[in-house]
Design a protein around this ligand. Structure first.
Ligand SMILES: Nc1nc2c(ncn2[C@@H]2O[C@H](COP(=O)(O)OP(=O)(O)OP(=O)(O)O)[C@@H](O)[C@H]2O)c(=O)[nH]1
Ligand SMILES: [Zn+2]
Length: 439
């Protein structure tokens, strides 16, 4: 693709000669954008072209000029990837709080429609600097949602001209980042007012080695053909493609230097280049993450290995449960002890009868919950004052660890919502188990 816009003209390909461009036309952009470039004689003389481009610049309109992919009038998009629960959303919150002088648009590509739970969590600190929340729905950007994703982002940018300085796209924890990066690089459908600034990979230092070792015989390449892949996991690709690596949850490993070295060595085997920062709750200087221009002057085609299909781990699935508000704090405790803990701590000495074990879960496969997100509404009808006082709690869980946090009163939510992401999860059995506890 030649760097400059080649406006040459061939009658048999371009139809009759378009009206001579004097440079004073009001629809100059349209003419320039619709003029096909195909090699041939110039229909617009150089000085007319420079006069026309000058007029376009003055009007501040961006025309589809492929020559520069960088920052002149384009908005940088940073792709934030990292395995389930590594701390991507926490990082977003930190950037929004620290970079409050910058206008940041956040795009969420959550697997398993947990975005309103995310919002209840993330907006809870009332940070005003989030300009936009864009929820790309519950599908992997890397396959079905591509067009919707591009369209939604394009609409968001055109809807708020001059209002967005940075776009941060948090990808789902189980997405392979390559196809997403490719989408922005190739500008498929994008009106090229966005450029990919870099890929930031957040690692859960406590669990990253588990992720890298969790090789599955069922993992395959998802493209025209399905090719089995039993050496790599999505976590490998999230590290391999990083332009910056955050070794997050460092508080959990900082007293174990051997473990730290083990992790660093393993990560460096996969990606020896990207600067790596030890972080707690995503806390790192903002300029280590923004304005990277990581793709400005390189031939991305080779870098992102565009041709390779997308890696999928079919063991992973999402179970989303929606249920009535809980009636009291007491019932919430019962929900935690007799439902959530039994699921998350299944092998950690939780007492339940052998029949529970057999009836509730298909122990034939090594099912495992890797991520829990919940928006719990407690409508305490026994509260002394007349109207039931409403409490909103957010549950955040990564594997067997979970937190209960105060949530924002997301008024349009009248139901509780719980999202589990993990391996071999059986929705019917989990739903039945919950119904028994809440009936
Ligand atoms: N101890 C500790 N916990 C952290 C740290 N960073 C994030 N967390 C917690 O880890 C949990 C998951 O954090 P999130 O930011 O939601 O992780 P995420 O990567 O966005 O999760 P998904 O979007 O579901 O993949 C939350 O309970 C966070 O409070 C950290 O540095 N240390
Ligand atoms: Zn997240």
């Amino acid at each position: 693709m030649s760097a400059l816009k080649d406006l040459s003209y061939k009658e048999d390909e371009d139809g009759e000669l378009p009206s001579l461009v004097t440079g004073t036309e009001s629809n100059i952009v349209e003419i320039l954008n619709n003029t096909k470039s195909d090699g041939g004689i110039n229909i617009i003389s150089e000085n007319k072209l420079s006069r026309a481009n000058k007029q376009v610049e003055e009007s501040g309109i961006i025309i589809n000029n492929a020559s520069s992919k960088t920052s002149t009038s384009k908005i940088p998009i940073s792709i934030i990837t990292g395995y389930l629960g590594s701390g991507k959303s926490t990082l977003l919150e930190m950037i929004a709080m620290k970079g409050s002088d910058k206008k940041i648009a956040v795009i969420l590509n959550e697997f398993g429609d947990s975005s309103e739970i995310e919002k209840a969590m993330t907006i809870r600190n009332g940070s005003a600097s989030y300009e936009e929340w864009l929820d790309l729905g519950n599908g992997c950007l890397c396959c079905s949602l591509k067009n919707i994703g591009v369209k939604a982002i394009e609409d968001m940018v055109t809807r708020s001209p001059g209002k967005i300085d940075y776009i941060l796209l948090e990808t789902s924890g189980i997405a392979d980042p390559a196809p997403i990066a490719k989408m922005f690089w190739q500008d498929e459908g994008l009106n090229s007012c966005i450029y990919i600034d870099g890929i930031i990979t957040v690692l859960d230092s406590e669990n990253v080695l588990k992720c890298l070792d969790d090789i599955s015989p069922e993992t395959h390449w998802h493209g025209e053909k399905v090719i089995m892949e039993n050496n790599l996991t999505v976590a490998h690709f999230q590290i391999a493609m990083a332009d910056r690596i955050l070794l997050n949850k460092f508080d959990k490993i900082e007293n174990d230097p051997n473990f730290i070295t083990k992790i660093e060595d393993r990560v460096r085997q996969i990606n020896s280049m990207a600067p790596m920062y030890n972080t707690k709750y995503g806390d790192t200087p903002i300029d280590t993450l923004l304005d990277l221009h990581a793709y400005d002057n390189i031939d991305v085609e080779s870098q992102i290995n565009i041709a390779r299909p997308t890696l999928h781990d079919p063991r992973m699935n999402t179970v989303t449960l929606t249920f009535r508000p809980l009636k009291s704090e007491l019932e919430f405790q019962k929900f935690l002890k007799q439902f959530l803990q039994v699921l998350l701590w299944r092998d950690f000495g939780v007492v339940y009868t052998e029949s529970d074990r057999i009836t509730h879960f298909n122990d034939t496969k090594d099912w495992e919950i890797q991520r829990t997100k919940g928006l719990i509404i407690i409508e305490d009808t026994q509260s002394p004052n007349s109207s039931p006082n409403l409490k909103v709690k957010v549950i955040q869980g990564v594997r067997d660890t979970y937190d209960v946090l105060p949530g924002t009163d997301v008024s349009n939510n009248t139901q509780c919502k719980l999202v589990f992401i993990g391996k071999y999860l059986d929705k019917d059995k989990v739903q039945k188990f919950l119904d028994e506890i809440l009936n």
